[in-house]
Design a protein around this ligand. Structure first.
Ligand code: ATP
Length: 269
C-alpha cells in the first residue's frame, strides 16, 4: 500500500481532450511517450531515436501536472502507478531496499507502465547534508539504483514521470535521470477560456455569457483555481431556488436552476 494507485489504462478516466490548453505539453508527451509506447518498432533502430527514460513536469501548483500524467497513461495505453515522494520517505523509514525492489518488480510485471512520482523533490530532492535523515538518503540511493537497473532493461515500456512545484530543490543526480523537463505554465487569458469551456461544457449558462470577460477577470488563476471558482459559481443559484420554493413561488413547477451568469463567477471569487 505504499503505492497510492495502480490503474489500468482504460480505467484512468482522463484523456488529453479533458485537459484545456497545454497544447505544447501534450504534443511533446505524444512524441516522447505515446508514440514510443504505442509504436516501439519505430524507436528500436539506430541510436538517435530512443524513447525517453525519464520526464519531469514542473510548474506552479494546480496547473494540471497530475491530470497530464493520468491522461498520458490513457493515451499511451499504459498502466498507471502513482506514488508520492513525501509518503515514501516519511512512512517507510528503514525499509528502503524492500520497498523499491517491490515497486520496480511490480512495475516490470505491469509494463507498459507509467510510474508517476508526485512531489519528486521530497523523494529525490537535493541532498540534505548533515541533517538529512539516514533513511531518506538510503531510500534515494535505492530508488536511483533500481531506476538505473530498469533503464537498461526496459526503458521503452517503463517511464518514470516526476512532478514538482520546486524544481530548484532537485539535485544533479535526479536532473540527469529526468533528461526531459517540461514546464507546465499557468494559463494566459486565451488558455483560461479553453479551460473554462471544458468545465462549463455541460452547465446551463446564460446565452450572452462572455468567456473572455471571465478569463480577463481571472488573471493568475491556475486550472485548479478555475475549477474551484466554477464549482462555487455553479452553487449560487441553489439557495436562490430554495428560497423561491419556500416562498411558494415554484409551486407546481419542476425545480430548475437558473442559468449561470458572469456575475455568479465574479461574486464567487
Ligand atoms: P500540484 O502541483 O498542486 O500537485 P497539479 O499541477 O498536479 O497540482 P492537478 O492536480 O493536475 O494539478 O490539477 C488539479 C485539478 O485542476 C485537476 O483535477 C483539474 O480539475 C484542474 N485542472 C488543472 N489544470 C487543468 C487544465 N489545463 N484543464 C482542465 N482541468 C485542469
Amino acid at each position: 500500500n505504499f503505492v497510492s494507485a495502480v490503474v489500468p489504462p482504460d480505467e484512468v478516466g482522463v484523456r488529453f481532450n479533458d485537459i484545456g490548453a497545454l497544447e505544447y505539453v501534450k504534443r511533446t508527451l505524444n512524441e516522447l511517450v505515446i508514440l514510443p509506447m504505442r509504436r516501439p518498432e519505430l524507436f528500436s533502430h539506430g541510436n538517435l531515436l530512443r524513447p525517453c527514460k525519464g520526464i519531469l513536469l514542473f510548474g506552479p501548483p494546480g496547473t494540471g501536472k497530475t491530470l497530464l500524467a493520468k491522461a498520458l497513461a490513457t493515451e499511451a495505453g499504459a498502466n498507471f502507478i502513482s506514488i508520492t515522494g513525501s509518503i515514501l520517505t516519511s512512512k517507510w523509514f528503514g525499509d528502503a531496499e524492500k520497498l523499491t525492489k517491490a515497486l520496480f518488480s511490480f512495475a516490470n510485471r505491469l509494463a507498459p507502465v507509467i510510474i508517476f512520482v508526485d512531489e519528486v523533490d521530497s523523494l529525490l530532492g537535493a541532498r540534505g547534508g548533515a541533517f538529512e535523515h539516514e533513511a531518506t538518503r538510503r531510500m534515494r540511493n535505492e530508488f536511483m539504483a533500481a531506476w538505473d537497473g530498469l533503464r537498461s532493461k526496459d526503458s521503452q515500456r517503463i517511464l518514470i514521470l516526476g512532478a514538482t512545484n520546486r524544481p530548484f530543490d532537485l539535485d544533479d543526480a535526479v536532473i540527469r535521470r529526468l533528461p526531459r523537463r517540461i514546464y507546465v505554465d499557468l494559463p494566459d487569458a486565451a488558455n483560461r477560456v479553453k479551460i473554462l469551456k471544458i468545465f462549463l461544457a455541460q452547465e446551463n449558462i446564460n446565452s450572452d455569457f462572455k468567456y473572455d470577460e471571465l478569463a480577463n477577470a481571472t488573471e493568475g488563476y491556475s486550472g485548479s483555481d478555475l475549477k474551484n471558482l466554477c464549482v462555487a459559481a455553479a452553487y449560487r443559484p441553489v439557495p436562490e431556488l430554495l428560497e423561491e420554493e419556500q416562498k411558494g413561488g415554484t409551486c407546481g413547477t419542476l425545480p430548475i436552476l437558473r442559468p449561470l451568469k458572469l456575475d455568479d463567477f465574479i461574486q464567487a471569487k
